[in-house]
Design a protein around this ligand. Structure first.
Ligand code: PRP
Ligand code: URA
Length: 209
């Protein structure tokens, strides 16, 4: 079964509390999401493969490590996952970016796919799938399935707020995928929104409601 890695550094908890507040503006929400994504990226990229390079310091020649060139693909689930890409890119600027477009049907709460474009060579790269919200888990489960269909084998899922229901769905469907989250909330409400959650992440990022 996939592991759940809770990244609850005090700075992340503080910033996430600000994001949860109803009165937080779209501008602040976006900035906080980017900052948290950058903090989380340290943990998510902990086991990235390194390769040795020879360099010269002002003192001497030495062999040191750098991250392997073909290391990483970031895949945001549209729309809200877009808000996490820049934070990851600040740590790994060479990472390629794929996009998966899914929206939840308002009645059934099931994901509907509308876009998928992933970089070539995905089977040789580590894939970090990002979406701030893991609610029923339907979107994450389908996005991981799409990545696997295109050849992805080494996949991590990074979110901000996870519901127990979503964690279980991902673990059941994709036991090879570890989940990195900044919080595990209580439950889902009757509209399949996370409680206490932070509302509709896409709307809050893009100011659409
Ligand atoms: C939200 C969120 C996730 C999904 C989570 O997207 O960003 O993708 O819901 O819910 P689930 O775990 O129950 O599938 P939404 O469908 O609202 O689309 P949007 O980002 O375009 O607003
Ligand atoms: N999508 C969101 O943006 N928020 C939730 O709480 C659930 C799904």
């Amino acid at each position: 079964m996939g592991e759940v890695i809770l990244i609850d550094h005090p700075m992340i908890q503080h910033k996430l509390t600000l994001m949860r507040k109803e009165e937080t503006s779209s501008k602040d929400f976006r900035e906080l999401l980017e900052e948290i994504a950058m903090f989380m990226a340290y943990e998510v990229t902990r086991d990235l493969p390194l390769m040795p390079v020879r360099i010269k310091t002002p003192i001497c020649e030495t062999e040191q490590n750098i991250i392997e060139g073909k290391a990483l693909v970031i895949v945001p689930i549209l729309r809200a996952g877009l808000g996490m890409v820049s934070g990851l890119h600040r740590l790994v600027p060479a990472a390629k970016v794929g996009h998966i477009g899914l929206y939840r049907d308002p009645k059934t709460h099931k994901p509907v796919e509308y876009y998928c474009k992933l970089p070539e060579g995905i089977s040789e790269r580590e894939v970090i799938l990002v979406d701030p919200m893991l609610a029923t888990g339907g979107s994450a489960v389908d996005a991981i399935t799409l990545i696997k269909q295109k050849g992805g084998v080494n996949i991590k899922f990074m979110c901000l707020v996870a519901a127990p229901e979503g964690i279980k769905a991902v673990q059941d469907a994709h036991p090879d995928v570890n989940i990195y989250t900044a919080a595990i909330d209580e439950c889902l409400n009757e509209n399949a929104y996370i409680v206490p959650g932070l509302g509709d992440a896409g709307d809050r990022i893009f100011g659409t409601k």
